[in-house]
Design a protein around this ligand. Sequence first.
Ligand code: HEC
Ligand code: HEC
Ligand code: HEC
Ligand code: HEC
Ligand code: HEC
Length: 180
Amino acid sequence: MTKRWIGASVVALTLLALPAFVQAQDSGAAETITDGEAARVQPIAFPHTIHAGVDQIDCQYCHFSAERSVDAGIPPVGTCFGCHQIIGGTDERQQAEIQKVRDYWANQEPIPWVRIYKVADHVHFPHMRHIAAQIDCATCHGNVEEMTVIEEVNQPLAMGWCVSCHVERGASRDCAVCHY
Ligand code: HEC
Ligand code: HEC
Ligand code: HEC
Ligand code: HEC
Ligand code: HEC
């Protein structure tokens, strides 16, 4: 018991002493003011509505590592090209967006997707533990299959949000499980 509390205080002190920690918060605030919406424009207009909605492709077909790793994973171009070497799109706008997929593939370049959900560097979030506990993607990310553009749900990813669910579901509240 005592050891645990000492451990907790050490973690808390380390966090407070870490300059990177303060910077992370500062830059977060600056981003909201300067970049605004423009920062979230994706290189290809990829609609979850068609893929996860109409075509009902399983989330984990693309986010392939969610159940076995810390990161859910973003699919490589090859996963897209597997379908889009055949599926070219119907109207002109669709064809132009899908052509971008083919170009990235032809150039063997990764698609530079803009990251949306991100916890601070001092926080550890393991997807696999949450998937194993049978928590749906939608609990944390909303109904993604109805989103043309990803809308942020439960943002910012604050400590209170994590801890209140941990309390509700009897998961650990130890500082050290979430903080490095
Ligand atoms: C055909 C592949 C594909 C399928 C199926 C798919 N996704 Fe995605 N997902 C992507 C790509 C590509 C991105 C990055 C572009 C974007 O943000 O729209 C992404 C982004 C996301 C993000 C935001 C990631 C970030 O940057 O923080 C979330 C959350 C997400 N998907 C959840 C889901 C869920 C939940 C499902 C199932 C209902 C799903 N996805 C189905 C390909 C897919
Ligand atoms: C399992 C097959 C499959 C995979 C994998 C897949 N797509 Fe698609 N995609 C489709 C189908 C089907 C359509 C609808 C085409 C139509 O209506 O003519 C589509 C449509 C699109 C469109 C046009 C959307 C619009 O706004 O109308 C884009 C852009 C696109 N896909 C990008 C991607 C990207 C990027 C990936 C990889 C992350 C990907 N697709 C993976 C099957 C797939
Ligand atoms: C308990 C809440 C929770 C659940 C359940 C959850 N996520 Fe996440 N997701 C997060 C958080 C928090 C982040 C940011 C993690 C980070 O920055 O390390 C995230 C990040 C992501 C990302 C960004 C890129 C990456 O590789 O991590 C994708 C994609 C994603 N989630 C997809 C999914 C999918 C698909 C599912 C269901 C199979 C899912 N998530 C289930 C909370 C959750
Ligand atoms: C909707 C509920 C929910 C939310 C939100 C949630 N978690 Fe969890 N988390 C759980 C459950 C349930 C477990 C226990 C899984 C198990 O027992 O293996 C867990 C386990 C964990 C673990 C592993 C704990 C251990 O004992 O090793 C970490 C680390 C973690 N969560 C971090 C986070 C962080 C960081 C956030 C917020 C960004 C978060 N979680 C948000 C429900 C949640
Ligand atoms: C379930 C996961 C989880 C647990 C348990 C947890 N934290 Fe956090 N903590 C977070 C997340 C997520 C943030 C928010 C980071 C951000 O703002 O980007 C955070 C932020 C913080 C901050 C920065 C101040 C703030 O509010 O943003 C401190 C200091 C901190 N935690 C200390 C602790 C201490 C001490 C404990 C144990 C008593 C603890 N945390 C337990 C997830 C957790």
